[in-house]
Design a protein around this ligand. Structure first.
Ligand SMILES: C[S@@+](CC[C@H](N)C(=O)[O-])C[C@H]1O[C@@H](n2cnc3c(N)ncnc32)[C@H](O)[C@@H]1O
Length: 222
């Protein structure tokens, strides 16, 4: 995500390290205990690569019975999300700073109810394919950390990433429950909560690709 670098970002972000802050400072220690991080128990929903947080902040506000976790690797970008939520009373949203390499370092088997990948970096060069958030290693990890009935939802403007994702899912026996090459044109409910990138691409007249997969007993969690 293009973002003006914020001067002294590491100092600024430290303000959010205070107890009770929305920034989780030792996220790996929460593995298997994420419910304890929230005031009320509720389905745990993760956005990997949450950017400035628009999607999660609006979901958390509209769906108070669920708990939301956003992960963002770029501190300057995450800082914007923390600033946006700083004054709000949302108690069902928290953030992790860091580039997640293995989601299973952070989440236990069947801990999550939903995972959102919104406009993930496409990493078009073959030599970078392992960095794609829908590479085989990531998809296997999502299968493991999603509970039975949990969903993986993917939005992208990038046809290459969309087609690659469908191909890898097929190779892993993950049959999409829903797929669309024009999410907004088809008026799907997933179009209700938009992201910063989604708004930008829609203004440019781009169509949005969408995939939803639900974990059911047929799915491998190895
Ligand atoms: C293109 S932006 C999209 C942001 C937001 N989801 C949206 O749709 O507006 C992708 C974001 O994912 C973050 N990201 C990419 N790989 C990541 C990873 N492995 N862990 C955490 N964040 C990641 C990037 O830093 C970037 O801010």
């Amino acid at each position: 995500m293009r973002q003006r670098t914020i001067r002294n970002i590491h100092e600024k972000i430290k303000v959010h390290h205070a107890p009770g802050s929305r920034l989780v400072t030792r996220p790996m220690e929460q593995k298997g205990k994420w419910q304890d991080r929230f005031v009320k128990p509720g389905d745990l929903c993760l956005e990997l690569g949450c950017g400035k947080g628009q999607f999660l902040i609006s979901r958390a506000g509209k769906i108070p019975e669920k708990n939301f976790i956003g992960v963002e690797g770029q501190p300057s970008v995450l800082y914007r999300a923390l600033e946006k939520t700083g004054e709000s009373s949302l108690d069902n949203l928290c953030f992790i700073e860091g580039f997640v390499r293995d989601p299973m370092d952070y989440f236990a088997s069947e801990e999550l109810s939903a995972i959102y990948l919104n406009f993930s970096d496409p990493w078009p060069k073959a030599r970078h394919s392992k960095r794609r958030l829908t590479s085989p290693a990531y998809l296997k990890a999502y299968q493991a950390i999603l509970r039975e009935g949990g969903t993986l939802e993917i939005k992208t403007d990038n046809r290459g990433l969309y087609e690659y994702t469908l191909e890898i899912m097929e190779s892993l026996g993950m049959e999409p429950e829903l797929r669309s090459e024009d999410l907004h044109g088809e008026g799907h409910p997933a179009a209700c909560f938009t992201t910063e990138y989604e708004d930008k691409f829609r203004k440019e007249g781009k169509g949005i690709f969408y995939i939803r997969w639900t974990r059911n007993s047929g799915a491998s969690s190895s």
